[in-house]
Write a protein that binds this ligand. Structure first.
Ligand code: PLP
Length: 413
């Protein structure tokens, strides 16, 4: 064995060389301006650990950090509640994918991320939010907005005239949109709503969970803030609960959100951040396969005799198709809903009869899920009782259709 090969083949050989950080030939992190999202994600921005030269960054669990002798904290880390190096790595990937100049902040859940945004508003502020949005956040707003001194109006966010009419000049501080809207797949024209919000001196925040930055980059369409339940397709493996915000500008509002996360202790744990980054590496591939599967199912279900309607923006007759085609690329999402002939009983029986689909809540994982949403959301749901929501995974779309088809045909009304 030649001496020059030794460091590659002898597990101890590198130790003599010392674990001195940052050699001159370390590759620089990848620049988002130069490389595509697929490349940035696959290499998690190309970071190499400066100490060990590990290609996969280490998991940083320490809650506290050594202060320098002159009393400074030159590493930038002092305590793990405001910040953590593993969390920062995952935030860097998401910020690059979203094109977020101010960066991204990870939270312990999507709800924690959204709650931080509303909690950063001031008493007296007015919010315009969508009628069709994640029901848990809508319920939270109904319960908590009053206590925060916020006034919230829910409008048809897919109708720009309704949004304009809901604005209260001088008081509306935030327009919150969600596109595609969970679970009815309503589509919001982000550029149009951003213009309305900005003309009134308000900001636009977008829950982009059902799109992912691979399909839509809301900041490019004028949004000020993007939010995701990273529990969904960003992680993609149904084993992490996480949320993220990404901002166009590091302004006073963003600084307030940064402070809220730090003082409330809402940061994501490092192990979850590590798993999330592992998931992010394959996000573009998963998103592409999941969207192709959803499109395939939407088209085949549209022709099914036991299906009365399919709600999916990839179908040309969907009311939001033209807008979605403009602001989404590479697919129309992994979420779709359909209505079953025979009403609520037939829908519930269909979900009971599938063998491959999993009867479970959530979205965006590699395994396909089916859910009767009205049962979950209760009497205030905008979902018709005969509606089933699908989250398409990465299985063979023909298998997924065969399983649904058999369940639909066997179901009793
Ligand atoms: N936004 C959307 C669109 C969601 O579907 C969900 C969860 O289902 C959330 C936000 C809340 O995210 P989390 O469950 O991570 O708190």
């Amino acid at each position: 064995m030649s001496r020059t090969n030794a460091p590659e083949t002898d597990p101890d050989a590198g130790l003599d060389a010392g674990l001195d950080a940052g050699r001159g030939d370390d590759p620089a992190p990848l620049s988002a301006a130069e490389w595509s999202p697929r490349t940035l994600a696959a290499q998690a921005m190309g970071h190499i650990d400066p100490v060990t030269r590990a290609v996969v960054p280490p998991l940083h669990l320490s809650t506290t950090f050594l202060r320098d002798a002159d009393n400074a904290y030159r590493s930038g880390f002092s305590y793990a509640r405001p910040d953590n190096a593993t969390v920062r790595e995952a935030e860097g990937v998401i910020a690059a994918l979203e094109g977020a100049q101010a960066g991204a902040l990870l939270f312990g859940s999507g709800m924690a991320a959204a709650a931080a945004v509303f909690s950063a508003l001031s008493p007296g502020d007015h919010v315009v939010a969508p009628e069709v949005m994640y029901w848990g956040l809508k319920r939270w707003l109904r319960q908590e907005a009053d206590r925060l001194g916020l006034a919230v109006d829910f409008v048809a966010m897919d109708d720009p005239r309704a949004v304009r009419a809901a604005i209260v000049p001088g008081r509306t501080w935030l327009v919150w949109a969600e596109t595609p809207g969970n679970p009815l797949c309503t589509v919001t024209d982000l550029a149009g709503v951003a213009e309305i919000a900005h003309a009134a001196g308000a900001r636009l925040a977008v829950d982009s969970t059902a799109a992912s930055p691979i399909l839509t980059r809301p900041l490019e369409h004028g949004a000020d803030l993007v939010m995701h339940s990273a529990t969904k397709i960003l992680n993609g493996h149904s084993d992490v609960v996480a949320g993220v915000l990404a901002a166009a500008r590091a302004d006073a509002f963003w600084e307030r959100i940064v402070a809220i996360r730090a003082t409330w202790g809402a940061i994501l744990g490092p192990f979850e951040a590590y798993l999330l980054m592992r998931g992010l590496r394959t996000l573009p591939l998963r998103a592409s396969a999941q969207c192709a599967g959803a499109q395939h199912l939407a088209e085949r279900l549209s022709d099914h005799p036991r299906v009365s309607a399919v709600l999916y923006p990839g179908l040309p007759d969907h009311p939001g198709h033209a807008v979605a085609a403009r602001q989404m690329r590479g697919g129309f999402g992994f979420m779709l809903s359909f209505r079953v002939v025979g009403g609520e009983a037939a829908a519930i029986d269909t979900a009971a009869r599938v063998r491959l689909w999993k009867r479970a809540t959530s979205l965006g994982g590699v395994e396909s899920l089916i859910e009767h949403r009205a049962s979950v959301e209760g009497p205030t749901t905008p979902c018709p009782p005969d509606l089933l929501r699908l989250s398409t995974g990465i299985e063979d779309p023909d298998d997924l259709f065969r399983d649904l088809d058999a369940a639909l045909r066997a179901a009793h009304a």
